[in-house]
Design a binder for this molecule. Structure first.
Ligand code: SF4
Ligand code: SF4
Length: 144
């Protein structure tokens, strides 16, 4: 109980610190890479096993909208070994076939949880968006 409480406080502080520190800049180049390199995680971490994904597809029909597209291969990356997934609604010319009713995650992207930035999540190679230090935060550092 106390452990959870402390963890929640640390999480909240981290979020506050990093949400004020980073801003997302740039614009979408419509390359479709984010719809073809999706990572899914469970309580045990990122999905690295095809059999686990098949079980998830059986249990939750939503996951049938995705197929395995590859695997993260970078020993320095904490996501190393994670399977990547492609959404079945991405067209060959990188258009979302269900754009008006696309899920909230797609609408929000790339506004990811600031704590993920802290954990080392970066934009996909070639993505038109990038993380930058918030000017207000730079000014704050200069003046304090
Ligand atoms: S990877 Fe970046 S540039 Fe490419 S479609 Fe996704 S958001 Fe746009
Ligand atoms: S629903 Fe559309 S925007 Fe979302 S991952 Fe699939 S193709 Fe991309």
């Amino acid at each position: 109980m106390i452990k959870n409480f402390v963890e929640d406080i640390i999480f909240s502080i981290k979020n506050k610190l990093f949400s004020s520190k980073y801003v997302i800049k740039g614009k979408c180049k419509r390359c479709g890479a984010c719809c073809r390199n999706i990572l899914f995680s469970t309580q045990e971490g990122y999905i690295k096993d095809e059999e686990i994904f098949k079980k998830m597809q059986k249990k939750y029909p939503y996951y049938r909208n995705f197929k395995i597209s590859g695997i993260v291969k970078d020993k320095k990356d904490f996501q190393n070994g994670a399977l990547t997934f492609e959404c079945k609604f991405i067209s060959k010319n990188n258009k979302c076939k269900i754009y008006p009713i696309r899920p909230i995650f797609c609408r929000d992207y790339p506004n990811i949880n600031p704590s993920l930035i802290y954990e080392g999540v970066t934009m996909l190679d070639g993505c038109g968006f990038y993380f930058d230090i918030d000017k207000k935060f730079k000014t704050y550092l200069k003046n304090n």
